[in-house]
Write a protein that binds this ligand. Structure first.
Ligand SMILES: [Zn+2]
Length: 699
């Protein structure tokens, strides 16, 4: 059965092209198409079969210039697989995807170039799994190739050729990374209630106690505190969890925390957001959101805050250690908080992988300072001790060649090359196995002087996970105020967005009022003017909000040699906005409005400050000449027009008018008047009038 529609697209040219292709592929290039009858008949047969194939195949367009030599993606990839004898695995759906100029993209000498040429059209990529196997995947922003990592590190190195240049990059990086995580508005909403503790469980040389800390109202982070049995001040090691099977209850994890505790460090292990007992609060899907990244870091910082209030903790020895996603958190925590004194990121750190879960890379932190990576963020910890544990079986395979030499270079800026170490386990894979744990123990023995003689994993008791539940086996100890859905948590993260929406609404109302005052009676004109004003107001507001006065360094006012006030710094910050903001407003207004109407709008912007100030001048200088008045009017008109580009009435707008008022006073003084005297006379007259009024009232 051949459908009519299928036949229709097979035109004459494709017939002949297809005949030719089929004959060549069947008989080989060396056989002449017309050399013998036998040959001709075979060719004809195969061509006919091919033609039938062509006609019943709905996805195979004719291979011509007109059809862009288009072929289905799945078919093209199959051919690449066969041609280069490689196996392709698929993480993507190729159905319905068509490759234009398909065969022209194949490079006979390179399967990888061929794949790139074809896959890049669909934002797909390949990941080489071994010599003969490639996985076809969708583009992943946090995952790049070691080659990319090498290029980025080399670029970063070029930004700081010495310690002086690094000293400029480092604080800028830490600041912008933090801002891009948007963690501070969330940290500010935290409550400071007392942690909830479970019973202390005693083991050989250490104890374990469950703990739940309320972070945001009703949101808890649950964890377990592993402590040495000895008295005195101990080192603290924060142990954020990775995505291991069974999370922090995993036996590799328990073994590490307990062993470190036996050796003299208090270890705090705590749930990932949406995992463990957090799942009871927000559900597991909440984990794969950018909110998870912020909450997990907030959890770490809140636990740190609390632990440092305790008498059994030595604030000089504060470490962080975690594997995989937990290692990502280690890097992030050290960027966010200077109280850490040693860090041990395990099987995570690479310049070409940011961590594939939204809880690691859901926020755009890596875009800080035109692009950074985990190696550079870890370098910002220099010269404090860091040990990077890597293996040959995951993305950290590149550490000995790429990330470690990069880190050493930065540490050498501080003459602290010995403070950065790399334990690379080339034969191992992505886990937190015994050799990786041994490297962790060694690192904290050397950096925190833990007791190596107590390092014996056989003494550790692996507890059932139920024993580690802070809220009890049936969540019966969950506090009454505990949040039970992710939506309630999310609202703490959207405050800024909410505020902007409300601000937009208010701003548009104001712009609409301005236009209504004009009574234009022309809908189209009203809308044009409204849009011009609204756009201008938003530009002024956004610039003001994004350029706080603190962005201008405290300094001296060149006019009077006095310290710049905060308002002046604000005016300077807001004066830096593009000229077009002002020009677009004025041109837009003048296009549709008369001079008087434009003035009215400017007056509405500045709440009548122009008239008010002019009136003041006239009161102080009652015998003002026409020439003087013209000067004052000219100055105040300039003040008004300039002031519309500033946001705060009491602060910035008044400060702009002050500048022009000063000009007027100076003008009077330079033209035979004494401003001070005139002002004094004016205030005396006011006083006298007041007194007179009082007297009248008394009588
Ligand atoms: Zn995650």
């Amino acid at each position: 059965m051949v459908k009519e529609s299928t036949i229709r697209f097979v035109d004459f040219r494709s017939f002949s092209v297809y005949f030719l292709i089929n004959i060549i592929s069947t008989e080989g290039m060396n056989i002449s198409l017309i050399s013998s009858d036998k040959c001709r008949s075979r060719s004809f047969f195969s061509s006919f079969a091919g033609l039938l194939l062509l006609m019943i195949s709905p996805t195979l367009p004719a291979q011509t210039y007109e059809t862009q030599f288009a072929r289905p993606l799945g078919q093209v990839l199959n051919e690449i697989g066969t041609r280069f004898n490689i196996k392709l695995k698929y993480d993507v759906d190729t159905t319905g995807k068509v490759v234009p100029f398909a065969d022209f993209r194949i490079r006979p000498y390179s399967p990888e170039e061929s794949l790139t040429n074809v896959l890049s059209l669909f934002d797909f990529k390949y990941a080489r799994q071994d010599e003969k196997t490639y996985k076809i995947k969708a583009y992943e922003y946090p995952r790049r190739t070691p080659e990319d990592g090498k290029k980025q590190l080399s670029y970063l190195n070029s930004l700081y050729k010495d310690s002086a240049e690094w000293a400029i990059r480092r604080p800028a990086l830490k600041k912008e990374y933090r801002e891009r995580l948007q963690i501070d508005p969330v940290l500010q909403q935290r409550v400071a209630t007392k942690p909830i503790f479970g019973k202390i469980r005693k083991f050989d040389g250490y104890t374990v106690q469950n703990m739940a800390i309320e972070t945001l109202p009703g949101l808890y982070v649950c964890g377990s505190v592993y402590s040495p049995t000895g008295k005195g001040k101990h080192a603290l090691i924060l142990c954020p969890n990775g995505h291991w099977a069974d999370g922090r209850y995993n036996s590799d994890e328990q073994t590490r925390f307990a062993t470190l505790a036996r050796m003299g460090a208090v270890c705090v292990s705590y749930d990932l957001f949406g995992w463990g007992e957090s799942e009871l609060q927000v559900g597991m899907p909440a984990h794969r959101t950018p909110v998870a990244e912020i909450v997990q870091l907030m959890n770490g910082l809140t636990i740190l805050d609390y632990m440092l209030t305790r008498n059994d903790i030595d604030p000089q020895r504060v470490g962080a250690n975690g594997g995989s996603g937990g290692g990502t958190q280690v890097v992030q925590l050290t960027v966010l908080d200077d109280r850490f004194t040693a860090a041990c990121p395990t099987v995570n750190l690479a310049s070409h992988f940011d961590g594939g879960c939204p809880c690691e890379s859901g926020m755009p932190g890596m875009l800080a300072c035109d692009g950074t990576n985990n190696a550079e963020l870890m370098a910002a910890f220099a010269p404090k001790p860091v040990c990077v544990i890597s293996d040959g079986g995951d993305w950290t395979a590149s550490v000995p060649e790429l990330e470690f030499p990069y880190l050493q270079r930065i540490y050498n800026f501080y003459h602290a090359g010995n403070n950065v170490t790399n334990v690379h386990l080339a034969a191992e894979k992505h886990d937190f196995g015994v050799n990786k744990r041994a490297a962790v123990y060694d690192f904290f023995v050397s950096s925190f002087h833990l007791d190596k003689t107590k390092c014996d994993e056989s003494k550790v008791t692996i507890e059932p996970k139920e024993a580690m539940y802070s809220f009890g086996v049936n969540a019966e100890k969950m506090p009454a105020n505990a949040i039970r859905d992710f939506g309630t948590v999310e609202k703490y993260f959207n405050k800024k967005a909410d505020a902007k929406i409300h601000s937009d609404i208010d701003l548009e109302k104001r712009a609409r009022n301005f236009v209504d005052t004009l009574k234009l009676n022309d809908k189209e004109k009203e809308n044009r003017v409204f849009n011009v004003i609204k756009t201008h107001m938003k530009a002024v507001r956004d610039w003001h909000n994004e350029h706080p006065y603190t962005s201008v360094p405290a300094g001296i006012n060149p006019r009077n040699g006095e310290k710049l006030t905060d308002v002046h710094r604000d005016v300077i910050a807001c004066s830096a906005k593009p000229k077009s903001v002002h020009e677009n407003l004025m041109n837009g207004l003048r296009k549709d409005l008369t001079e008087d109407q434009t003035d009215l709008i400017l007056d509405l912007y500045t709440i009548g400050k122009y008239q008010f100030t002019l009136k003041g001048f006239k009161a102080i200088v009652p015998d003002m000449t026409e020439k003087e008045e013209q000067y004052v009017i000219q100055q105040l008109r300039m003040a008004r027009e300039q002031a519309v580009d500033f946001k705060t009435m009491k602060g910035e707008i008044s400060a702009i008018f002050e500048i022009y008022k000063d000009n007027c006073e100076k003008y009077f003084n330079e033209n035979g008047r004494n401003w001070r005297q005139m002002y004094k006379t004016y205030t005396n007259r006011l006083k006298a009038e007041k007194e007179a009024k009082k007297k009248i009232n008394i009588q």
